[in-house]
Structure formats: C-alpha cells, structure tokens
Ligand binder design. Structure first.
Ligand SMILES: [Zn+2]
Length: 132
C-alpha cells in the first residue's frame, strides 16, 4: 500500500475504513485532492477537516508553499486514461501493464516534443548536479 492515498472523496473512504475498523487507517494517510477539498468538502465536516484536509499534511507541501505532489495533474491523466477504460478493463494484468506503459511513454514523448517546440526545457531539473 502507498503511504498516501489521495482521492477526490477520501473522507468517504476514510469513513468507510473507520466503520469497518480497517487496519489501513494506521498505515495509510487519506488527504483529499487539494482542488476538490477547497470546493467540494464542507468546513462543518469534522472528520473530513481533521483527517483528510490536505493542509494537515505538511510533508506534502514544499517550502515555497506549492504541493510536493501535483494531484491535479493526476486528475488530468485519469481523464485521459478514461478514454481507454473499455479496452483496459478487459485485459489480464500483463497486457494491462504493457499497454498502460506503452500509452504513457507515447503520451510523454508527444508532450516532450510539444514542450520543446514551444521553447521549454522539459528535461531540465533545477539544481541537479553532475559529479562526473
Ligand atoms: Zn470531505
């Protein structure tokens, strides 16, 4: 299991796990995606605010206040991947992983080409030092 499970409706997942006394609650954290938390979750929901508010996980926030993990990009990727849902759900695990890997590599190549065409440096990593 991952250390963090970020989801639009993580408070629903959290509540279910709590009702079923699931041991995952002791090892996995359940922050709601930052975008969804701000516009879809009630300030009066105490469980949500205490256990699923992404601001309560400082380890997910960079020094400059940006999110360490861009869950909005994941949302966009999931929407794109949804277009392949009917194909992927019929596959066994090996074919699923192969096709998913291939789709993502091709998407990344296209995105990298587009960024380079627009004058960006998608391979540039700030502060990366080469010791050779
Ligand atoms: Zn909530």
């Amino acid at each position: 299991m991952p250390d963090y499970f970020i989801y639009d409706n993580c408070c629903g997942v959290y509540n279910h796990l709590q009702l079923t006394n699931d041991p995952l609650l002791k090892v996995v954290r359940f922050p709601v995606d930052a975008f969804h938390f701000d516009c879809k979750h009630k300030k009066t929901d105490i469980v949500c605010q205490e256990h699923c508010n992404p601001q309560k996980f400082p380890e997910l926030i960079n020094i400059d206040g940006t999110w360490y993990f861009n869950s909005s990009k994941c949302e966009q990727l999931n929407v794109w991947l949804g277009g392949y849902h009917a194909i992927l759900r019929e596959m066994n695990a090996d074919r699923y992983e192969f096709l998913l890997d291939e789709l993502i590599m091709r998407k990344n190549r296209l995105l990298k080409t587009k960024l380079e065409h627009n004058g960006c440096l998608p391979g540039y990593i700030p502060d990366l030092r080469c010791n050779s």
